[in-house]
Design a protein around this ligand. Sequence first.
Ligand code: UDP
Length: 257
Amino acid sequence: MTAATEQSAEGQTERILGLPIRSMAPERCVAELDTLVEQAPVRLGFVNINTAYLIANDPAYQDALRRFVLLNDGVGLDLVSLVLHGRAFSHNLNGTDFVPHYLRSTRHSYRVFLLGAKPGIADAALEVLRKLAPQHEYVGSRHGYFTSEENEAVLQRIRDARADVVIVALGNPGQEMWIASNTERSGAKLAIGVGALFDFLTGTVSRAPLWVRKARLEWLYRLMQEPKRLAMRYCVYAPAVLFRAIAFGNGNQRRSS
Ligand code: UDP
């Protein structure tokens, strides 16, 4: 096991590009988050190969993520971990599966606000979540296309709704940058960056069949849906991240020795 690797009953942590990426059984993760939100506002993010590529190329994004709880998402990050630390992640904790699971399983009863996606989608996703996890109050939603001048009004809406949880779907890195700057001012205890979750919940974008997801081939399914955009991610980003992560790891070791 490398110095950057920790594994215990509480889960596994692998350091990638200077950030601790956590992996654990979903039930364990629910329990951990439930405890953390009682102590201080929690910013939750999911790191996949696209996020890792952005982190490798944007020091401000990397810095913003230092205050997040980061979970591993997808087979691309497994590959990076395998090459860097000799071990893949124990679980795949992508936001699309984990966030609905968290809302269904948490012992807390929250006031939930959805921020992001195209007009109409967050409203529709809110109704889907209301049925899926009825123990919470769904207190508002707002689409994700707004200017920095409009941000104060967005925050005021979240505060007026007295939201405990803000689920943010603004894409990467926008959603994490928004969470980093605004969580405290929003008054929320928990802010989660979820990518295309609202599109998936509403069927605006279709997910791979369950057997494909279980075979961990969802990336291939998505590649077939959006070949141009995603070919770039998988074919160029994954090797680039590996290269940068290895260089970053070596740099760290040199600095600490
Ligand atoms: N999105 C948004 N505002 C933006 C950019 C994106 O609300 O300024 C939404 C978009 O409509 C989608 C989600 O963020 O619902 C994820 O977008 P995308 O698939 O582009 O993100 P990525 O897969 O690149 O993280």
